[in-house]
Design a protein around this ligand. Structure first.
Ligand code: HEC
Ligand code: HEC
Ligand code: HEC
Ligand code: HEC
Ligand code: HEC
Ligand code: HEC
Ligand code: HEC
Length: 212
């Protein structure tokens, strides 16, 4: 199989060197085709057969791999350079300098001040992409969703719906700047306009169930 895999590369059955630590489990001659496929041109397909999370992101036109990193896997992730070799090379030199818009998700307001690891942590990895990832160590960079409630608790217990930005922005939860009582079915007119919220809404969380 490998002879055809590396047509033109005499003696190519010999690995050019140890794989990166993340791929250590793929060491050995039985695993060559798992990355190389049966022809060099099929390497992308071979990587994606295991990295289904990257395939799914590209399919959904989401994330960095559906944008600037649309190219061939090996052009950015070469291998065989030893266990200590970093498979990931950041486009702007380091993770800290990564322009998050390249992931198709701009960091705005308080999100722009948050540490990468405040969001990129195992606890917030949820949904289909996270489930498809073969990653066992650490949170990595893939597997987060944009839905507010994938990271934030909803103190209104779903009573006000899932569209948080109908009332909130990214500067802070209090106040809720996009909320206008007069656009509800119960505008606050006359004396009601001077009444403290809590006097009508029994709890601070403003769940309508508590509205007398
Ligand atoms: C974890 C994935 C992976 C596994 C497993 C793997 N390789 Fe590779 N290999 C690569 C990548 C990535 C490159 C870089 C390809 C490139 O630059 O186009 C590469 C390059 C090579 C090259 C140089 C090819 C060229 O076109 O310059 C040879 C030879 C090679 N591998 C042989 C092997 C052999 C033999 C095995 C099994 C013992 C093996 N590889 C297993 C990922 C892998
Ligand atoms: C048989 C499954 C398998 C194949 C095939 C495979 N990988 Fe991986 N790869 C993994 C696993 C598992 C991890 C995560 C290991 C961990 O938990 O740290 C990983 C991690 C990675 C990482 C992240 C490394 C890091 O330091 O965070 C990159 C990048 C990567 N693979 C690229 C590739 C590329 C490119 C190919 C094809 C040449 C490939 N992989 C083929 C299983 C695979
Ligand atoms: C407020 C939360 C938040 C912070 C802070 C954050 N990210 Fe993200 N990041 C996300 C979300 C959500 C996604 C998923 C976007 C999508 O797939 O639609 C993402 C996706 C990414 C991706 C794309 C992965 C891929 O291959 O598709 C990279 C890379 C990334 N973030 C790096 C960083 C780095 C580096 C930092 C710190 C400088 C950082 N992020 C800070 C929420 C955050
Ligand atoms: C233009 C360069 C580029 C190309 C092309 C590219 N990647 Fe990446 N890849 C990166 C960078 C940078 C990161 C780290 C940030 C991120 O996760 O997006 C990364 C991260 C990853 C990760 C780690 C995800 C995690 O869990 O943290 C995997 C797996 C991966 N790439 C696989 C692939 C595969 C498979 C292909 C080919 C289909 C590919 N990449 C093509 C640059 C690239
Ligand atoms: C991937 C995780 C993630 C997603 C998705 C996310 N956030 Fe955040 N958000 C954070 C983290 C982490 C912080 C900073 C730490 C904190 O205050 O919780 C933050 C901070 C905030 C803050 C500032 C809180 C404060 O008290 O300073 C607001 C407001 C906010 N997010 C609103 C939203 C809204 C609205 C959405 C949906 C449109 C959203 N977030 C989606 C993770 C996320
Ligand atoms: C119909 C408008 C509306 C919607 C939709 C809404 N909120 Fe609120 N939220 C409010 C109001 C009003 C407050 C009280 C603001 C104040 O005290 O200044 C509030 C307060 C909060 C607070 C602060 C609670 C506290 O006691 O500290 C958080 C956190 C919050 N909302 C999260 C969310 C999340 C997450 C979602 C989406 C699942 C959401 N909200 C949807 C109107 C809304
Ligand atoms: C005079 C009594 C009264 C006062 C004072 C009052 N509310 Fe309400 N509020 C209501 C009633 C009644 C409803 C139900 C309207 C409806 O079902 O559409 C409501 C609905 C809401 C809703 C849900 C809107 C939605 O889209 O579902 C929010 C959020 C809310 N009020 C927040 C506040 C806040 C914040 C204050 C203080 C600035 C406040 N309310 C003061 C009576 C009051």
């Amino acid at each position: 199989m490998l002879a055809s895999a590396f047509a033109g590369h005499a003696g190519a059955q010999i690995s050019p060197g140890p794989l990166a630590k993340a791929h250590a489990e793929l060491e050995g001659s039985l695993n060559c085709t798992k990355c190389h496929g049966t022809r060099k041109s099929e390497m992308n397909g071979a990587c994606l057969a295991c990295h289904k999370e990257i395939a799914a992101l590209r399919e959904a036109d989401r994330g960095y791999h559906a944008r600037d990193a649309k190219g061939s896997c090996a052009s950015c992730h070469p291998d065989h350079a030893g266990a200590g070799f970093a498979l990931i090379k950041w486009p702007d030199g380091s993770a800290q300098r990564f322009d998050h818009r390249k992931a198709g998700y701009a960091l705005e307001g308080k999100h722009a001040e948050a540490e990468c690891t405040a969001c990129h942590r195992a606890k917030f990895r949820s949904g289909e992409i996270a489930d498809l990832s073969p990653r066992k160590r650490g949170a990595g960079w893939v597997g987060l969703e944009q839905t507010c409630t994938s990271c934030h608790e909803d103190p209104h217990a779903k009573a006000l719906g899932a569209n948080c930005v109908r009332c909130h922005d990214l500067k802070g939860w209090k106040p809720a700047p996009r909320f206008d009582h007069d656009s509800t079915s119960y505008p606050l007119t006359g004396k009601h306009a001077d009444v403290k919220c809590e006097r009508c809404h029994a709890t601070e969380k403003l769940a309508p169930a508590s509205i007398p």
